[in-house]
Structures are given as structure tokens and as C-alpha cells.
Design a protein around this ligand. Structure first.
Ligand SMILES: [Zn+2]
Length: 159
């Protein structure tokens, strides 16, 4: 198999909390290598430190490799590089929105409180929204309310 094929396999592995987004589009899978012996190395960077979903994601990646009959592989969790929500691909952003979550805004590595306040509603695009809580049901999300369509929504927090 080649690297492209492995990328296709791993496209099947979705975020456990947002099943429309693959880990590749989330930017969590940061590298795939296939060496001459057919050994596959997958590098992953965790999204949020202490995110309990990470172990689950890693197991899902291992499971897909096993199902594809890969005899020898390593899935490495890499904590050296910090994940940023800027790593989410455009396809990933659309998928987050399709799930009913506001995608994180792209930023210049500084996240300020305004970014959490002026969030476009994923349902009607209005920015007439209010931050209800910087901490949603999971660490990775903030809670908002849209004054335009009068619906509560969550944002995937920029980091
Ligand atoms: Zn709205």
C-alpha cells in the first residue's frame, strides 16, 4: 500500500463528538509514513490537552488499520507540537457547520474574548449573537445564543 491509500482509509475515522468531521480534516492526524517493510506510522496531535476523546480517536485509528489487514503499525501521540484550530481544513469547517456548530474562526495565534463574542450563527449566519458561556458541554465548545433566529448554538472554540 502507499501513503495515499492510508490517507483514504483514515478519512473514515471521524471525530467522536462531531461525526461529520474526519480526524484528517480536523488536523489531528499530522503525518502518515509507510516504510519499505510496509510498516505504517501515524502521527497524531491531540486537540485539547486532557481531551478524553483522544484515547478513543487513537483506538479508532488502530482499529481501521487492523481491519485493513495491516500487520505492523505504530500510532504515535505527539505532544511536541501544539494543535491549533487553524489546522482544521476548509472541508472540516464546512462539516462542523453542517453538524450545527459554529466553526472556529481563523486567527493569528492570539485568541481574544471578542472571538468568542462575535460568532456567526451556524443556522442563519447572523452575527447578532451573544456568548452565554465560554464553557459548553465539553471543554472544546462555548455556548452562544442567536438573537436573530432565537436559537442556542455551540461554537468549536478557537485555540
Ligand atoms: Zn441564527
Amino acid at each position: 500500500m502507499d501513503v495515499q491509500e492510508v490517507y483514504q482509509w483514515l478519512e473514515e475515522v471521524k471525530d467522536p463528538e462531531i461525526p461529520t468531521v474526519s480526524l484528517l480534516d480536523l488536523g489531528v492526524i499530522t503525518g502518515i509514513e509507510v516504510n519499505e517493510d510496509g510498516h505504517i506510522t501515524v502521527n497524531m496531535t491531540p486537540t485539547f490537552a486532557g481531551c478524553p476523546a483522544m484515547d478513543y480517536m487513537k483506538e479508532n485509528v488502530e482499529q481501521v488499520l487492523q481491519e485493513k489487514g495491516v500487520a505492523s503499525f505504530t500510532v504515535e501521540m505527539n505532544f511536541d507540537r501544539q494543535w491549533s484550530s487553524n489546522n482544521i481544513t476548509e472541508k472540516g469547517r464546512q462539516a462542523i457547520k453542517a453538524f450545527g456548530l459554529a466553526p472556529p474562526p481563523r486567527h493569528q495565534l492570539i485568541v481574544d474574548i471578542d472571538m468568542l463574542k462575535k460568532v456567526a450563527c451556524p443556522f442563519c449566519e447572523s452575527t447578532n449573537t451573544a456568548l452565554k458561556s465560554p464553557f459548553g458541554p465539553t471543554l472544546c465548545r462555548s455556548l452562544h445564543y442567536c438573537h436573530n433566529c432565537r436559537q442556542a448554538f455551540e461554537q468549536f472554540k478557537p485555540v
